[in-house]
Design a protein around this ligand. Structure first.
Ligand SMILES: Nc1ncnc2c1ncn2[C@@H]1O[C@H](COP(=O)(O)OP(=O)(O)O)[C@@H](O)[C@H]1O
Ligand SMILES: [Mg+2]
Length: 293
């Protein structure tokens, strides 16, 4: 990221202000904005993830509000990806061990009776680099999760694919090439395809790990617009090291920094505009001002 505050195109607080104003206008229009009484979609309490003796991230207590965008921000290496992967049990395959409590609604994500496949169906994931299945067509990519879950029936799959591609703002682009290889799409289109693939199984939560980091500014803007629209239906947890992106698209933000012992930790969380305007923790203040990171 650009560490130089002078190089920034517009003040962070201004971006957050515009977003707050847009949110207020949108909620006045739709009456759909969740009130603070809505239970969190995901609740983390005292979460710590380690690889062997190495603690990657610790002290994470955070409520992720339903149908809003929560940004996890912070410099490289402070455990954002590691934490994100803990939420849908991807560390079952990385050797990472997760301590503390993570709940999806009332369900204990790591409960003895909780099936990891169920968690991963209800909590979808989009990765840093677009990763469509290379041997599959556009259509087969989108319906792959449904097929995995045992859904059969051409009409059902076709309707689900069309709906997911509409939601991912990709339908008009691919409707005439559904049977062509997914790898023929541009990088930005491939990432929207991966979003459609994640949405097709109708998850409640979508985890996105720096989904724009491999994309150009135009493709990035499309994904950011999409994130804002998707949050009407889906809870979004967005990892980004770009504070401007967090200010543009997120309602809540959580700042992660490395402690003196090089362990990542949650330093401060709150409404994005407040966090960027009036950070309470001096470490957050330095990070937001571009003095660390
Ligand atoms: N699979 C793994 N095995 C061992 N260490 C890992 C693994 N994944 C991440 N780490 C370590 O966890 C720490 C946090 O990394 P990461 O979550 O990727 O940070 P971020 O996403 O904030 O850049 C780093 O020290 C990294 O080396
Ligand atoms: Mg990462």
């Amino acid at each position: 990221m650009s560490g130089d505050p002078i190089a920034r195109p517009e003040p962070l607080s201004l971006v957050a202000e515009q977003r707050a104003a847009a949110n207020t206008a949108a909620s006045a229009l739709t009456h759909g904005h969740p009130s603070s009484a809505t239970p969190p979609a995901v609740t983390l309490e005292g979460v710590q993830v380690s690889f062997g003796d190495h603690v990657a991230v610790r002290n994470v207590t955070l409520a992720i509000p339903a149908r809003q965008v929560t940004a996890l921000i912070g410099p490289s290496g402070c455990g954002k990806t590691t934490l994100l992967r803990a939420i849908n049990r991807l560390h079952d395959h990385t050797g990472g061990s997760v301590e503390g409590s993570i709940k999806l609604g009332d369900i204990d994500v790591y409960g003895a009776d909780t099936r990891p496949e169920l968690i991963r169906r209800r909590i979808g994931m989009v990765f840093q680099r677009p990763n469509p299945f290379p041997a599959m067509s556009v259509f087969e990519n989108v319906v792959s999760g449904l097929r995995f879950n045992g859904v059969r029936g051409r009409a059902l799959l076709r309707d689900a694919a069309e709906s997911a591609l509409h939601h991912a703002a990709l339908w008009d682009t691919v409707k005439d090439r559904l049977n062509q290889p997914a790898v023929g799409l541009s990088g930005g289109q491939q990432q929207r395809l991966c979003i459609a693939r994640a949405l097709a199984v109708e998850p409640e939560v979508l985890l996105m790990d720096e989904p724009c980091s491999a994309l150009d500014p135009i493709a990035t803007a499309k994904i950011e617009n999409l994130i804002t629209r998707l949050a009407a239906d889906v809870t979004i947890v967005l990892v980004t090291h770009n504070m401007f992106q967090a200010a543009r698209v997120s309602d809540q933000a959580a700042v992660f920094l490395l402690g003196e012992d090089r362990v990542g930790e949650l330093v401060e969380a709150g409404a994005t505009d407040e966090l960027f305007h009036e950070p309470k923790n001096p470490r957050t203040r330095d990070y937001v001002a571009g003095r660390v990171g």
